[in-house]
Design a protein around this ligand. Structure first.
Ligand SMILES: Cc1ncc(COP(=O)(O)O)c(C=O)c1O
Length: 419
């Protein structure tokens, strides 16, 4: 059976929800509706079990000549292979695990800064989370490089590629771009961006944190140089992942301790990692692959992941359509991002709104009291809220994941209508 025909089967959301114990939570006698996925998704029981199992059965440090350490190292090796499958990479050693995306990006940016010179240029964007802005601003400051910021179109929160083209020069060393905005939900054309940046001899760093729970990452096809994401956004625990091309990750001057390994991935994994977290990350990748697996169909993990993501996207899109259509009917509400229902493939189902009378904080609080979990403010996408002139109030963010239902969306719309 081909990957495409497997993915044609639809997602069984009731079965999905049974795997997530947190979703049974009640608030004031009603089921909680978790629209806070962009700040952190819930985890399936299989992830919880994998973390517990690690701590009970294989809790040990690296390199010991005894059973638990050997089993622990084997499990960590498997987690690197799973990360390669998730990211579309060939080489498991190219992915490092770490505390979170921010910490890993700061560590990479510090190493890259040592290769930059005064007068070099670095590009960041107005749409990105600050974790993909400030690390590069600090690195540029240390190297004496200049930072340029690519504009966003305020009408639909898409990245202005003409402005990007204008700001690329032969001195551009790096462009840091998000795959999808955690505020507006816009998907950025990263393959095209990588091509433009490479043309002037620069490198591309991609922030896939917000993209990973919705769509498949493909570092090979995108031809990027570095990419980071976070397992707690794709149904895993609080662990970050950093991928980079082998030749660069081997050559860059990583900040590391003397006894730590000099080869990959160890040179980027400072100190002792959260082994139980990495075990949970492996389980999260397996969960995503499970969504694409079908009885009797022998698929590689990468194929199963692609099939799982196809099901996720096919399920999320109509949900997003209903949410946007419903929000557009509410008086006083403005959608900050793509709202054209014919362009839904250019966004993930993360929808931010403002209301002409009510601040986002007030709406979030009222919805929270009614068991509807949404976010308010700038969610660290500070450059975007500044560019849109929405500081300090920010926006109200409704983040859909594949465990959300149409009934939850209708309930949210009904509560907003009443408010
Ligand atoms: C788009 C995006 N990038 C980066 C981050 C930072 O990730 P972490 O919390 O793993 O440092 C977040 C967190 O919300 C995010 O949404």
């Amino acid at each position: 059976m081909s990957t495409a025909s497997i993915a044609a089967a639809s997602l069984d959301v009731a079965a999905v929800r049974r795997r997530f114990p947190a979703l049974s939570r009640q608030v004031a006698g009603r089921p909680a509706a978790f629209f806070d996925g962009p700040a952190g998704s819930q985890t399936p029981q299989s992830v919880v079990d994998a973390i517990g199992r690690y701590l009970v059965d294989t809790n040990a440090n690296h390199g010991g000549l005894f059973a638990t350490s050997r089993e622990s190292d084997a499990l960590l090796d498997e987690a690197h292979r799973a990360a390669a499958d998730l990211l579309g990479a060939d080489d498991p050693a190219e992915t490092a695990f770490g505390a979170n995306m921010t910490t890993l990006t700061l560590s990479l940016s510090r190493a890259l800064a040592r290769t930059w010179r005064t007068g070099d240029e670095v590009l960041v964007t107005h749409t990105d989370h600050d974790a993909n802005v400030t690390p590069w601003v600090l690195a540029a400051r240390d190297a004496g490089a200049t930072v340029r910021q690519v504009c966003v179109d305020p009408a639909d929160c898409t990245l202005d590629l003409t402005d990007l083209g204008r700001k690329l020069t032969p001195r551009t060393r790096l462009a840091a771009v998000g795959c999808a905005s955690n505020a507006s939900g816009t998907i950025h054309p990263v393959r095209e961006i990588a091509r433009m940046v490479h043309e002037v001899g620069g490198e591309v760093f991609l922030d896939a944190v917000h993209y990973a729970p919705h769509l498949p990452i493909d570092v090979r096809a995108w031809d990027c140089d570095y990419l980071a994401c976070s397992a707690y956004k794709f149904f895993g625990p609080h662990v970050g992942l950093l991928w980079g091309r082998r030749e660069r990750m081997e050559a860059l001057p990583a900040y590391k301790l003397r006894p730590a390994p000099d080869d990959l991935p160890g040179r980027w994994m400072t100190g002792t990692q959260s082994h139980e977290g990495i075990a949970g990350t492996l389980a999260a990748v397996e969960y995503l692959a499970d969504l694409g697996r079908e009885q009797g169909a022998p698929l590689t993990r990468r194929q199963a992941l692609l099939a799982g993501y196809q099901r996720i996207a096919a399920y999320e899109r109509p949900l997003c359509r209903r949410l946007i259509a419903g929000l557009a009917e509410l008086p006083g509400v403005t959608i900050r991002g793509i709202s054209d229902l014919d362009r839904l493939e250019q966004r993930v189902p993360t929808v931010s709104i403002t209301h002409q009378r009510y601040p986002s904080r007030e709406l979030a609080e009222k919805l929270g009291e009614r068991g509807i979990f949404v976010w308010h403010g700038n969610y660290y996408a500070l450059s975007l809220t500044e560019a849109l002139g929405l500081e300090p109030e920010g926006m109200l963010r409704i983040g859909l994941l594949h465990y959300n239902t149409l009934e939850e969306v209708e309930r949210l719309l009904e509560e907003l209508r009443r408010l």
